[in-house]
Ligand binder design. Structure first.
Ligand code: WT7
Length: 637
């Protein structure tokens, strides 16, 4: 590892300070003091945050380290995240406040007050109970970005069921694997979803998935697009039919949960072909997500907050669904593509709804930047107070455009580094902190983050190392569902002696203590901010009868961060052709999903491998990018 201060010195010199009116009114005006205070007594800090929430019964112990790395938070506490997200609000004036404003891609609109959302959740909770769903059962949710997705998640949580939301961009095999792993007997889906003016046929894909994972006994279907779908008698039910039954009463008892009872499983990609079921719980997760959202995005009652992620990813779970509702905020959600029908769609909605906080991903910013300033400039964006970014490092050029053209040099950008596993923001600015474009700045209070070398020594400023978290935090993943060994191995074995969490990212700190995330160190790639496992795509390719072996890499791309390149060795006797290349791409689309389709797929006779037979992806990547291949002494092609 070599010092690389020079390579990022220009941006360390570039500081941005939020305007006075924004920083002075923020909840946190002195980050350094709050951070210091939190580190002197981490448990005390989190206990104080937890006190602002409701509990059926207070915890006896804030943190239990006795079975580390299986840490437990707020032990003995009884709660339910829905108690805080909905039940408590409908007893106050907030019952009349808007919880959710929604716009569909074709332009249809819906609004939900806290009262209405609470009632819909109660009704669907009763429906699920009526279908035999019990506390601890896993329910798979595979839907587009519609209010029913949020209602389904909350209804599961309310009755103590564990939701497993699968992003609508995944296809049959990816869904089937996740259903199988979660052993989920009930699925909630919809007939379709609007995207770029077309219908994504979710029910059709769900049917294929269920064929492969016949453990599913009940499928509940939301009517969104109205095109005809196959409804299997005795298995498939329309959501609106069930919601009209007498069992769908608007009063529903909230299940009393242990703080450590599971809330959801969310599958994410790792180093092997098998996705990891990241498990989060009711207690610590509600405390952490609500605290971070409040302090980082400075949520006020008068805000109109738009997190433009998909609820099917952790960003949506934490910061579209749970944290904003716990804080009693008004959230906005949009169903479709940012460019439908024109590239001003987002800016038009910012103006129309008076959005005050916009939280999105670098890939979206770069994508919209490409269309030029004229589209945003047609709209009054002066309602915006804070901006956010998540998912991958934001390049300074996109940062500056976002800051200038969208934020009018007034709104600071909260570049939040975190992961599915961390549950909430870990390294992030707050509205009173000085910013450097491309840096996620500093750790959230209570978070002991560092960049270390192989031995665990802190790296000096400018030196690349591994990003670690040295102390537990309330919303940390509790395990990998049904695979505790993999949990220990993946996150806790590298620095087992020290007991540190390994994030899997390479990073640097600069002399001001600011963190600069470089990217994944493992076989995970980020395509348009979506996390994909190269191994998952490879096994998708190899499942095609023509393919003997496959290697997949991520190659840098200006808009999407990375794109997928795939190299396939065909089975003996199979002839390569343009047609086959197209077929293989189509196969990936079906097996995993459109986001995983390789931009380039090459049929090759051999792959660069080490003498022990491991594919050298580093060499493939260097070749793809036209760079020197580096040390190839172990190469045996
Ligand atoms: C990986 C986690 C956290 C919600 C969405 C992603 C990368 C995430 C940033 C950022 C640089 C980032 C990391 C991380 N990442 N945010 N602000 N700057 N990199 O969750 O799908 O679990 O992916 O995303 O590489 O490890 P995820």
């Amino acid at each position: 590892m070599t010092p690389t201060e020079d390579s990022f010195a220009p941006s360390t010199a570039e500081w941005y300070y939020p305007s006075e009116d924004i920083s002075r009114q923020a909840y946190v005006t002195d980050y350094d003091a709050l951070y210091k205070e939190s580190m002197e007594d981490i448990e005390g800090f989190w206990a104080r945050q937890a006190e602002s929430l409701e509990w059926y019964q207070r915890w006896d112990k804030v943190l239990d380290r006795s079975e580390a790395p299986f840490f437990k938070w707020f032990v003995g506490g009884k709660t339910n995240i829905v108690l805080n997200a909905l039940d408590r609000h409908v007893k106050t004036w907030r019952r009349n406040k808007m919880a959710l404003i929604w716009e569909g891609e074709p332009g249809d609109k819906q609004t939900f007050s806290y009262w209405r959302l609470w009632q819909e959740v109660n009704k669907f909770g009763n429906v699920l109970r009526g279908m035999g769903v019990k506390k601890g059962d896993r329910v798979t949710i595979y839907m587009g970005r519609t209010p029913e997705l949020i209602i389904a998640m909350l209804a599961c949580a309310k009755i103590g069921a564990v939701h497993s939301v699968i992003y609508g961009g995944f296809s049959e095999n990816a869904i089937a694997d996740r259903i199988e792993d979660a052993q989920s007997r009930v699925m909630v889906t919809s007939d379709g979803a609007w995207l770029r003016g077309n219908i994504v046929e979710l029910k059709k894909i769900a049917d294929e998935a269920v064929k492969r994972s016949p453990i599913v006994e009940t499928v509940i279907v939301v009517k969104r697009t109205g095109q005809p779908v196959n409804m299997q008698h005795g298995r498939d039910y329309w959501y609106h039919d069930l919601m009209a039954l007498p069992i769908a009463s608007p009063k529903c008892e909230t299940e009393v949960m242990d703080a450590e009872d599971p809330l959801f499983i969310l599958y994410t990609s790792g180093t092997t072909g098998k996705p990891k079921g990241i498990l989060h719980t009711h207690g610590g997760y509600q405390v952490y997500t609500s605290t971070t959202l409040k302090y980082v995005f400075d949520i006020r009652d008068e805000d109109r907050y738009w997190c433009a992620a998909d609820p099917g990813w952790i960003t949506g779970h934490s910061y579209i669904v749970y944290a904003p509702l716990i804080l009693g905020a008004t959230g906005f959600m949009y169903e479709g593509a940012p460019t439908q029908p024109y590239p001003n769609r987002w800016w038009k909605m910012v103006e129309e709804y008076g959005i005050t906080i916009l939280y999105t991903a670098p890939t979206a910013i770069r994508g919209l930047m490409r269309f030029g300033d004229a589209w945003p400039n047609r709209h009054d964006l002066s309602s915006l107070r804070l901006l956010g970014s998540v998912g991958e490092p934001i390049n300074p050029e996109a940062w500056r455009w976002y800051h200038k053209v969208i934020g009018k040099e007034r709104s600071p950008i909260m570049d939040t580094w975190w992961q599915t596993e961390t549950g909430g923001f870990m390294i992030t600015p707050m509205p009173s902190v000085g910013l450097k474009p491309g840096s996620a700045t500093r750790p959230f209070p209570g978070i002991d983050a560092d960049v270390v070398d192989e031995e665990g020594n802190s790296c000096p400023p400018g030196v690349e190392g591994k990003l670690v978290i040295k102390q537990p935090w309330p919303s940390m993943l509790r395990t990998i569902y049904r695979d505790p060994e993999r949990f220990k191995q993946q996150y806790w074995s590298t620095y087992a002696q020290q007991g540190w969490y390994l994030a899997g990212d390479a990073a640097r700190k600069d002399k001001d203590g600011y963190f600069w995330i470089i990217g994944r160190m493992d076989e995970v790639i980020k395509v348009s901010g979506y996390r994909l496992g190269t191994a998952e795509i490879e096994s998708g390719l190899v499942s095609h009868p023509a393919v003997a072996e496959a290697a997949v890499i991520g190659v840098p791309d200006e808009v999407r961060g990375n794109v997928v390149y795939a190299y396939c060795i065909l089975k003996a006797g199979v002839q390569g052709s343009e047609e086959l290349v197209d077929k293989l791409k189509e196969h990936v689309r079906h097996e995993i999903g459109p986001i995983a389709v390789p931009t380039k797929l090459e049929i090759v006779a051999s792959l660069p491998k080490t003498k022990s037979g491991k594919i050298m992806r580093r060499v493939l990547k260097a070749r793809a990018m036209g760079l020197p291949e580096g040390d190839t002494s172990t190469l045996e092609e």
